[in-house]
Write a protein that binds this ligand. Structure first.
Ligand SMILES: Nc1ncnc2c1ncn2[C@@H]1O[C@H](COP(=O)(O)OP(=O)(O)OP(=O)(O)O)[C@@H](O)[C@H]1O
Ligand SMILES: [Mg+2]
Length: 303
């Protein structure tokens, strides 16, 4: 029997404290507990927060490993990171890497993954830095990522309950295969149970339902990717040419985004078959409720 080729998920952002470890560990638990899959959680963080968490929480069968990257040179960094992923991903259905992005890592590392999750809070400054992060690092690999349908998914994290995502990421909607996941809500009293249990089985039904909705969305993307992997060599070339045309607009956009210094732009409207949340036609780019800034891709579900 040929060994199975695991689906690899990277959870990353250059910014700290955006929810990477929370999402990586909870997603690992979701896949293991709700989808019955064999999961490896690979922690690149020196503080090892996701492994600490899953070690304290009940054993749900997630295989946890830690990888230390050798940053002596760019080449060594990529090599050691790749070796770690390969070693600890073997034999599982899905491996999930929790990695704080650093410019010392080559963008080539990103293209090793089937799905790249970029958590970001919905705060104005964090959305802006997330956009720029994506443009900086994904741009160079975009044609290849899109051609092979590797998806880049922005994950709104710590969103106030009562908001849902709409459409794709506003300013990045020209990036093929860039999506926005259903948001992970700001969980109440997160610290009282966060290190003992997982969101997907939380006794607070609202917390569990919210996380399971996110988990299902990612599971669907993983299934899509599995299907696509079977046919990659057939259609990769033609998609590639289409995407290459789009890349040329990116440099100009990036300059403008930096000058603006904030997140703006018109929300993408219309049906998005990859997102089963209902888009709102003519949604405003941004709204301000009281003093709070609400990004255009979030809509209020409870009034
Ligand atoms: N959905 C949520 N609701 C409430 N609090 C949250 C949520 N997600 C994360 N937090 C809290 O936010 C903080 C940062 O989260 P986390 O450690 O997952 O981020 P990180 O990106 O891994 O950070 P670092 O860059 O330090 O590794 C933690 O205290 C965590 O408990
Ligand atoms: Mg972390």
């Amino acid at each position: 029997m040929t060994p199975k080729e695991p689906i690899k998920i990277l959870v990353t952002n250059q910014k700290g404290g955006v929810g990477k470890s929370t999402i990586a560990a909870n997603l690992a638990a979701y896949f293991a507990m709700q989808e019955g899959m064999q999961i490896a959680l690979i922690d690149f963080d020196k503080q090892a927060s996701s492994s600490r968490w899953t070690k304290k929480a009940p054993d749900v069968g997630v295989r946890i490993s830690q990888v230390e990257v050798n940053y002596q040179s760019a080449g060594m960094a990529l090599l050691s990171a790749r070796a770690g992923v390969r070693k600890y991903s073997s034999g599982v259905d899905i491996s999930i890497c929790d990695f704080t992005w650093t410019p010392a890592m080559s963008e080539d590392f990103m293209s090793d993954f089937d799905v790249v999750l970029v958590p970001s809070s919905s705060a104005k400054f964090e959305m802006a830095s997330t956009e720029i992060f994506i443009l900086e690092y994904v741009q160079k690999r975009m044609a290849r990522l899109a051609a092979s349908k590797q998806s880049l998914i922005v994950v709104p994290s710590r969103v106030d309950p009562g908001y849902a995502s709409i459409g794709t990421f506003t300013n990045l909607d020209f990036l093929a295969n860039c999506f926005i996941a259903p948001p992970i809500h700001r969980m109440p009293e997160v610290d009282s149970y966060v290190y003992e249990d997982f969101f997907c089985v939380c006794p607070d039904k609202a917390v569990a339902d919210n996380f399971c909705m996110f988990g299902k969305y990612i599971a669907h993307k993983v299934d899509e990717r599995r299907e696509i992997r079977k046919t990659l060599s057939i259609n990769g070339q033609s998609v590639n040419r289409e995407i290459a045309k789009k890349v040329s607009v990116l440099d100009d956009y990036r300059k403008r985004a930096k000058n603006l210094g904030f997140y703006g732009g018109a929300a993408l409207t219309g049906a998005n078959p990859d997102n089963n949340l209902t888009p709102v036609p003519d949604a405003p780019a941004t709204r301000t409720i009281g003093e709070r800034f609400i990004p255009g891709f979030l809509r209020k579900t409870t009034e």
